[in-house]
Every structure is written in structure tokens, then in C-alpha cells.
Design a protein around this ligand. Structure first.
Ligand code: DOR
Length: 466
């Protein structure tokens, strides 16, 4: 190199806030050995950069894979009202330690999230306490149906969530007329917990009599899920609304949903893909109790089939913490729910290691999928101009998941003692290295609320005041 060349190179040297060097990067074009430069929270350059770029922080990431930040579109962080189980700080801390950079939080808190004021309280509580980015669902109910087209467009709102069957908390919309009103008042994709309330009520006597948690999938059986899913898909078709069916758990629903994919998106959870009945109930008792239930192996096989065939759009953890004391109540008084936000990625990387899905498909389910179906601005891919949300993983690291790693207030995971291959190492949220070498290193929580391309200015025809 001549002096002139060197001088020119020095002149051209570019400076970034963060340079991720030496890793394999999952871009929309596939896995590439390139560097990622990030400035002011965005991805500003991709390529062989390290000779031409300097940076405030360089992450030497050789041997690691860089995924677009993982988005968990279903978590229950329990604030306000239930913060002995979880809060926004502990929940999002678990998220980033597990490689998750953004979450959608659910409305069955206390109070429920039903009004603009309820949403604003959550946004206020998240400011400077959330370690990752976030949005909050508004619950759809008889009480607020006419306000939903305004509410769903408020900043920080992930959309509307409806519980067709009661699970935990008082949020329920099972009446067909109410469901129609909810579906008619809004435009964004509506998320639904599909279990048929009247069938659940009829069948509750089964478990009241037996007190046997192994009968959880018998109480909340396949028809309970299938009836509700068919009904809401029919109503959404009648009202022209797009739908997102959360935590699909049965082979029968998957076969049905495969024929309704043009307007309906589908979520599965890591626990339905990993645990199976009756083994999980025998080993974990009510710690495996979840709604909809973890079911027999042939249902799990159908969920994997649906992943392979593209029927499934996203993975959500349905992180639903309850304390061990609460879970220790005799079944069925024990509440349904388990932690999951921190283990979503380790469990799924272990499935990648076992050859059940490709890394590219995992990225589709945890990053580009949620960004696509929910219209999240600037997220979900490693591309110029996108937010610098990066999840750096070691595909070969073997770790044993332990309860004491779990930051949740509830302090436990159904995967305690399970060894997995594949682990999140560094988590970068909008250019900030929040987790470095598996340790929370950032000193200030800087999560911001997500923006949605789907949200429209409030005040459309038919809106009632909120
Ligand atoms: O098992 C569950 N628990 N399923 C849900 O959908 C809600 C959740 C909770 O909030 O505890």
C-alpha cells in the first residue's frame, strides 16, 4: 500500500457506535460472514467492514451467529396488580437475558387493560424500567367494544386481544354478539385465545371430581379449542377482519387453519412444541398446567408439521408466571401458566441443534414473522436502516437451564435441569449492548415502545370517545 492509499483509507475510515465483527449474520439473503455497523440505534453498514470502520464498541463475535432481535409477541408481565408474580422490569430483564429484544404484553392484569388510561399507565410504568422494546395489548370486551377502533391505534398498542374462554383474570368475550361488535370496531389483526367457554364450564366437573392434573387436556379438550377457533375464523370472515390465533395446540385446528391462511395468522409456543402429555404432567404436575393445555404427542407432531408447511407465522412464549406457592395449590385451584420469555430462544435453538427446524426458519418465526404480520416498524430483519436489534447466539454452547437463572419474580421454569445446545450470548437493543457475555451489562433500561405501520390516526367513523 502506498502512502497515498493509506491516507485515502484513513480519510475514508468510517466510525460507528457499535461494530459486530467476525460472526455469521442471518440477513434476508441468508447466512453471511459479514460485519454489522450500527449508529444512532440503526444498522448503517453491512459487509467486510472492520478494516475501514472504527467503533466506540466492537463486539468480536467470531464463532457466533447474529439473528435479527427476537420478538416475543405474547408475554404476561403482570404489572399492574399482580407484581408478586412479575413486573415490567423483571420480565424484560428475563427477555434480554434470553435474547429477546421486543415483547407484546397481554391485557389480563389488574386492572385489565381496557381503556386509554389503562394503556397509558402501562406505558408510564415501562419507561426507564423496560430492558427491551415493548407494546401492550388492549383487551376486547363488551365494556369497550365500541371504543376499540380508537384504542387499537394509540401509540404503544399492539392491537386487540380477546379471551373467548376464561383462563386467568376476568377478561372474557364468549358471546357471539359481543364478538361481532369487537370484530367490527377495528381494522388491525385481532389476537384471540380460542377455547370455548360454555364447553369449558360444562366439562369442569371432570377435574373438580378427580383433582388430577393429568386430566387438564381432557377438561380443556380438542373440541373446546377447535369449536372456538372455527367460530372466530367464521366471524372474522363475516366481518372482514384479520385474525391472529394464539397458542394453537391441536392437530385438528392446524388442519383447519391451513385452509384459512390468507387472513388468519397462527402462533405456536415452545412448550407445546417441547413438552407432551402425559409425561409432562407426571414429571412436573401443575407446573405443566397451561391454557390451552400441553397435549399428547400426535398434537405436538402436527404443530411441527404446521411449522414445516408454513402454516405457523410466529412463536410466542405465552410467558405466564405464577408463584410456586400458587402453583402448589391442589389442582384445579392451581392457576394455569408457566414462565417462558427467557427460555424461548434456548429451547428453540436446541430444536435447531436437533435438526427439527433450520436457523432461517427460526428467524422467520421469531423476527421477520412478527414484523410482517403485525406491521412493526423498523424491526425483524438485519438490513440497512432497520433498528439495530441483534441477538447473538452460540449454536454449540451447551448449558443446563436452572431455576436460579430465571429472573422472573416467580423464580422457576418447567425446563429446570434440562441441558440444551445453543444459547444467547449478547443482546443488542437499538445499538445498545444490553447483555454482553450472558450478563446484563447496560446500566440503564432504555426500552422504547414499538411503532406499528398498521396503526391509523384515531377518530374514524363509528368511534366512540374513550
Ligand atoms: O395458561 C395460561 N395462563 N394461559 C393464558 O392464556 C393466560 C395465562 C395467564 O395469564 O396466567
Amino acid at each position: 500500500m502506498t502512502d497515498a492509499d493509506e491516507h485515502r483509507q484513513r480519510q475514508e475510515r468510517r466510525h460507528a457506535d457499535l461494530l459486530v465483527h467476525g460472526a455469521t449474520v442471518l440477513t434476508p439473503s441468508g447466512a453471511e460472514r459479514i460485519d454489522v455497523a450500527c449508529s444512532a440505534g440503526r444498522i448503517v453498514a453491512l459487509g467486510r467492514l472492520h478494516t475501514a470502520w472504527s467503533a466506540d464498541v466492537t463486539l468480536n463475535a467470531s464463532g457466533l451467529h447474529v439473528l435479527p432481535g427476537v420478538i416475543d409477541s405474547q408475554v404476561h408481565f403482570r404489572e399492574p396488580g399482580l407484581t408478586h408474580k412479575e413486573d415490567l422490569e423483571t420480565g424484560t430483564r428475563g427477555a434480554v437475558l434470553g435474547g429477546v429484544t421486543a415483547v407484546f404484553e397481554m391485557p389480563n392484569t389488574n386492572p385489565l387493560t381496557l381503556s386509554a388510561g389503562d394503556l397509558q399507565s402501562k406505558l408510564d410504568a415501562a419507561r426507564e424500567r423496560a430492558w427491551c422494546d415493548y407494546a401492550f395489548y388492549i383487551g376486547g370486551s363488551a365494556a369497550n367494544a365500541e371504543n376499540l377502533s380508537t384504542l387499537e391505534n394509540l401509540p404503544g398498542c399492539a392491537g386487540v386481544k380477546v379471551f373467548m374462554g376464561s383462563s386467568f383474570g376476568d377478561l372474557l368475550a364468549d358471546d357471539e354478539a359481543v364478538l361481532r361488535r369487537i370484530l367490527r370496531h377495528g381494522w388491525r389483526r385481532m389476537a384471540v385465545h380460542a377455547e370455548d367457554e360454555s364447553r369449558l364450564r360444562e366439562r369442569k366437573a371432570i377435574v373438580d371430581a378427580s383433582g388430577d392434573v393429568r386430566e387438564h387436556p381432557l377438561w380443556r379438550d380438542v373440541p373446546s379449542a377447535l369449536m372456538a377457533t372455527k367460530r372466530i375464523v367464521r366471524l372474522a370472515g363475516e366481518t372482514g377482519r384479520r385474525l391472529h390465533v394464539l397458542h394453537v395446540s391441536t392437530a385438528e385446528e392446524m388442519a383447519f387453519l391451513a385452509d384459512h391462511k390468507r387472513r388468519v395468522s397462527v402462533e405456536v409456543t415452545p412448550h407445546h412444541l417441547t413438552l407432551s402429555a402425559p409425561e409432562c404432567y407426571e414429571r412436573l404436575g401443575s407446573l405443566a398446567q397451561m391454557n390451552p393445555p400441553v397435549r399428547e404427542r400426535h398434537h405436538q407432531d402436527a404443530l411441527w408439521w404446521a411449522i414445516r408447511k408454513g402454516v405457523v407465522d410466529v412463536l410466542g412464549s405465552d410467558h405466564a408466571p405464577h408463584t410456586l406457592e400458587e402453583k402448589g395449590k391442589p389442582y384445579p385451584q392451581s392457576p394455569s401458566g408457566m414462565t417462558g420469555v427467557q427460555t424461548l430462544l434456548p429451547i428453540m435453538l436446541d430444536h435447531v441443534h436437533a435438526g427439527r427446524l433450520s436457523l432461517q426458519r427460526l428467524v422467520d418465526l421469531t423476527s421477520s414473522g412478527p414484523a410482517r404480520i403485525f406491521g412493526i416498524e423498523g424491526k425483524g430483519r438485519i438490513a440497512l436502516g432497520y433498528d439495530a436489534d441483534l441477538t447473538l447466539v452460540d449454536l454449540c454452547a451447551r448449558r443446563t437451564i436452572r431455576n436460579d437463572w430465571i429472573t422472573s419474580r416467580s423464580g422457576w421454569t418447567p425446563y429446570d435441569g434440562i441441558t440444551v445446545t445453543g444459547w444467547p450470548v449478547h443482546t443488542v437493543v437499538r445499538g445498545h449492548t444490553v447483555v454482553r457475555d450472558e450478563v446484563l451489562t447496560d446500566t440503564q433500561a432504555r426500552g422504547e415502545c414499538l411503532r406499528f405501520l398498521e396503526a391509523r390516526p384515531a377518530g374514524g367513523a363509528g368511534d366512540a370517545p374513550v
